[in-house]
Design a protein around this ligand. Structure first.
Ligand code: GDP
Ligand code: IMO
Ligand code: MG
Length: 425
């Protein structure tokens, strides 16, 4: 039988590695692009033909005709935000309705989920996660506690179901003492408009859809959101998101058997960033961190928040490569380090008891990074057209990373544009 293949593309750090750009670059090799977890907490940026787009819930394969894009069952969807995103894309000349299918099993983020998100964060006080405020945690909580509202529910007796869920949420908010409902009615109105708008799209049993496409020889690229360090099981818990961002999430979030997964592309920056609260061993609080933020324009695509910046952490990355089963690495934002005299890479942690480890530990709150220093290449790489043009010091950096991570770096990105991508031989 002529079956197609499923490849998975994931962030290996704390999100914002550049997944959107890579999906867009790789889309010509695939027939289908599918999102399997997360929701509008994601912000995936794509740049081509002097235009910049930020996608939140819609797969990054949407810009290329003839491709099927699927929002899988593992995703949580906010109808009002989805409508805004979809209408913007349609306005910019990218037809959606024939290219996008939505799983009936995807869960809906209700306006009250967003308020609950704020209320839970406020209740956590100084321990707050620093969520994106998009209602992600409360929606996944409802899913797991078997209280969720799904896309398929839109098709029958929806108003009654919505009211019951809203009432339950209101009781929870009252128990938390929450009184701030400013703008709620307008949001709810827009949300209901979003529900009507969504009816113009195809709601599908995406597990059947995907497996049938595979059987007919189509190739599928699964687009991860967030990053491995934000995975609810393996990330820096509790400072994580509420879904499985790791490779296994593609199986549960789309209904694909693990034996169907082929390549696993692990996306990493040449350094490291994080938005929101939580431990970050290689974080830089000095001028170097500021320089990385300025040169890399490290501000959140969704919330505009400053991203925390630091050196690449190979202990953390080796862990991600392990739990994701990465077969090929893709390194982003190499150009951001073009002007640095010295580059550092964390190769081990010193634990609070003074011992050294290269194995990612249970707690990373108080570990001290041990660095290897490498000479910078001090050359503008943004216009390089092939790897032959890369400076030697950069090649040495790449070889060192490949050796430590025991995985090949197959693609190197040297700027935000689609064209600034070097596929290695
Ligand atoms: P995602 O969430 O993983 O898709 O990543 P984001 O879009 O949140 O953040 C990545 C940012 O880096 C975006 O602004 C991209 O346009 C930009 N970017 C991607 N690749 C490169 C690169 O190689 N060099 C530079 N300078 N910017 C890049
Ligand atoms: P992309 O797909 C970076 C972070 C938030 C917060 C934590 C929990 O663009 O890489 P949530 O709203 O999910 O409950 O927030 O996770 N976070 C992200 N950080 N990139 C993302 O997505 C993120 N999505 C969530 O900042 O610390
Ligand atoms: Mg992002």
């Amino acid at each position: 039988m002529n079956t197609g293949k499923v490849d998975v593309l994931l962030g290996l750090q704390w999100g914002d590695e550049g997944k959107g750009k890579v999906v867009d670059v790789l889309t010509p090799r695939y027939d289908v692009v599918a999102r399997f977890q997360g929701g509008p907490n994601a912000g995936h940026t794509l740049e081509f033909e002097d235009q910049k787009y930020v996608l939140r819930s819609i797969p990054s394969g949407i810009f290329q005709g003839g491709k099927v894009n699927i929002i899988g069952n593992g995703v949580v969807l906010a109808p009002d935000l989805f409508m805004g995103e979809a209408k913007d894309l349609e306005k910019s000349g990218h037809p959606l309705k024939e290219r996008l299918k939505i799983s009936k099993k995807a869960h809906l983020i209700m306006p009250t989920h967003r308020i609950l998100d704020r209320a839970y964060e406020a209740a956590k006080g100084k321990n707050k996660v620093g969520t994106t405020g998009k209602g992600i945690g409360p929606t996944y909580t409802d899913k797991v506690s078997r209280n969720g509202l799904r896309v398929g529910d839109i098709l029958s007796d929806f108003d009654r179901k919505y009211s019951e869920h809203k009432e339950r949420h209101m009781k929870m908010l009252a128990a938390l003492g929450w009184t701030d409902f400013e703008g709620f009615e307008e949001t709810e109105k827009l949300w209901m408009e979003g529900i009507e708008y969504m009816k113009g799209f195809q709601f599908v049993d995406s597990e059947h859809e995907i497996n049938n496409l595979l059987r007919s020889g189509k190739n599928i690229l699964c687009e991860g959101a967030q990053g491995t360090m934000l995975d609810v099981d393996f990330g820096s818990y509790p400072f994580v998101t509420s879904s499985n961002t790791i490779c296994a999430g593609a199986c549960t979030g789309l209904g694909i058997g693990p034996n169907k997964v082929g390549n696993v592309y692990g996306i990493m920056k040449a350094y490291c960033t994080r938005v929101g609260a939580g431990p970050f061993p290689t974080e830089l609080f000095d001028e170097t961190g500021k320089k990385i933020r300025d040169l890399g324009h490290e501000y959140g695509a969704v919330t505009g928040r400053e991203r925390r910046c630091g050196w690449i952490d190979l202990v953390q990355l080796r862990y991600s490569v392990m739990v994701d089963g990465v077969t090929e690495l893709i390194m982003m934002k190499s150009d951001v380090l073009d002007s640095f005299e010295t580059i550092k890479a964390c190769v081990a942690y010193e634990l609070p008891d003074g011992t050294r480890t290269e194995e990612f530990p249970y707690e990373i709150d108080d570990v001290k990074p041990i660095y290897k220093e490498l000479p910078g290449w001090k050359q503008d790489m943004t216009k390089c057209k092939s790897e032959d043009e890369f400076p030697q010091a950069f090649r040495d950096y790449v070889s060192f990373l490949e050796q430590y991570l025991e995985t090949r770096i197959g693609i190197i990105s040297i700027g935000p544009d689609r064209e600034q991508t070097i596929v290695r031989k």
